[in-house]
Design a protein around this ligand. Structure first.
Ligand code: CUA
Length: 310
């Protein structure tokens, strides 16, 4: 390692500071010379205009200095870029899935979370996928940002160097729910992470032996991102609240005409797979289809859960 960086934020910050220092130097220099010229060549001091001829030495100096500066900026930027794209061999891999409008994380032990849990001090590689449109994973605290592209895997890596909870944003406009596509990174002590990881491993081991348990609806609406747009307590969001939704009579726009529909099992099942066919009045037509994203069993579990939200 020629640079001595151990984490990405140090490398990004050093490049940022370097460019900032050059910018401040140029701003002060240019402003100073300009003020000097205003005074030195004022009309009061020079009542008669003079013709000033070129100066070869000066031309060379003001060509070579900026050339050296931009090459230096390129060099530190390039070193930092290579560091950013070179994942350490011992990095732990976490799979990130972006969807409208939530983030999901999958670990080597099979555990799934909607908050990114990481151990302190160990490098982590995030492999990023999108199930629908372009999103972009942004963790400002660790100076990392990478697009989530449908049909392609992208990646980033970093080394969490402080225990704490930090923001994760989506930073690529992806529709009405874009601003609610937020979650957290939770950095914990390595020992705490390891015991959590082993618990997940054990759970996955027993789940593999037994027939897989029915997915719980309350978990699904969280994991699949439904709660980005729908509340469960009656508070307003982009989509209708889940509270009291099941069995309710709704004004529905179907093929441009307003009709009425009862939000029963068949209606919700259909609404999840082909949301564009019937829109609930008063809400924008932005519900993404869950075709291929939810199994029939999962839809059933979600409907059972909705029934409990009286
Ligand atoms: Cu996802 Cu913006």
């Amino acid at each position: 390692m020629v640079h001595g960086w151990t984490n990405l934020s140090a490398s990004v910050d050093s490049v940022f500071l370097f460019i900032m220092e050059i910018s401040v130097f140029l701003l002060v220099g240019v402003t100073g010379v300009m003020l000097y010229f205003v005074v030195r060549y004022s009309r009061r001091r020079n009542p008669k205009p003079e013709n000033i001829e070129g100066n070869l030495a000066l031309e060379i100096v003001w060509t070579v200095i900026p050339l050296v500066l931009v090459m230096a900026i390129f060099w530190v930027g390039w070193k930092s870029f290579v560091f950013k794209r070179t994942v350490p061999m011992d990095a732990m891999v976490v799979k990130v899935t972006a969807r409208m409008w939530s983030w999901g994380f999958e670990y080597g032990n099979g555990a799934h979370t909607d908050v990114l849990k990481l151990p302190l001090g160990r490098p982590v590689k995030l492999t990023i996928n999108s199930l629908d449109v372009l999103h972009s994973l942004f963790i400002p605290a660790f100076r990392v940002k990478e697009d989530a592209v449908p049909g392609r895997e992208t990646y980033l890596w970093f080394r969490p160097d402080q225990v704490g909870t930090y923001d994760i944003f989506c930073t690529e406009y992806c529709g009405m729910g874009h601003s609610s596509m937020i979650t957290k990174v939770e950095v914990v002590q390595a020992a705490a992470f390891d015991s959590w990881y082993r618990e997940g491993e054990k759970a996955a081991g027993t789940a593999a032996k037994k027939p897989s348990p029915a997915p719980s609806g309350s978990r699904l609406v969280q994991e699949k991102g439904c709660l980005g747009c729908h509340s469960i307590d009656g508070s307003p969001k982009i989509g209708p609240t889940f509270k009291g939704l099941f069995g309710k009579k709704e004004a529905v726009i179907r093929a441009g005409k307003e009709t009425e529909a009862v939000a029963d099992e068949a209606f919700i099942h259909h609404k999840l797979l082909a949301p564009e066919e019937a829109r609930i009045k008063g809400f924008p037509p932005i519900m993404p289809s869950q075709k291929g994203l939810l199994t029939d069993a999962e839809i059933g579990a979600i409907i059972d859960y909705l029934k409990t939200l009286k």
